[in-house]
Ligand binder design. Sequence first.
Ligand code: BG6
Ligand code: MG
Length: 218
Amino acid sequence: MNKRGFIFDLDGVIVDTAKYHFLAWKKLANDVGIDFTETQNEQLKGVSRVKSLEKILNWGNITVSEEKFHQLMDQKNQDYLSYIDTMTANEILVDVPRILQHLKQENQGVALGSASKNARAILKKVALYETFDAIVDGTNVSKAKPDPEVFLIAAKELNIAPEQCVVFEDSIAGIQAANSANMISIGIGEEDVLSEANFVFKDFSEISTDFINKLINK
Ligand code: BG6
Ligand code: MG
């Protein structure tokens, strides 16, 4: 049987944390006097903490000292951590365990490819830390998505060629990163937002084991 690498983004793909990032950024933006819309939020998905704050300040035409910049990033992360503090396995998104279990059963490579520096803590909270053969997160990369670095490192750690890898992503930046890495990109979310993906599903309940098996044997 063919062995492929299946690389999962974390926030908004495995767990329902995209909403907490949104709430924390919205609060920060409003605190510094900037409106923050859902459309702007789409542009932050998958993007690192530093780049996200740069974008928000840019939208508001605001310049801050380096010290203030770090203070704002800390503040956002503290707010975000207060949301995820009480998180349990209940916040694993629909049918993610079914797909992970199937991939394990088929002896496929399974990796995490996330921009978040909180990824390992979240995986432990929802009891999925042991599931992944490789974990690459915001602490392991120097270039943020849409740069393909995070997925290329994940492929390397799995010891599987990038062209043999499949990426599940909910963000535009992440789909672009997967495409640049020459991987099969699967968008989880809205088709009009994730139009650059090779395939788009609303959530994992729409992904059949038959579809996964076809990818494996392609
Ligand atoms: C991504 C999220 O997974 O991680 C972004 O989609 C977030 O919204 C980024 O900014 C960085 O996460 P963190 O937890 O290190 O601030
Ligand atoms: Mg995401």
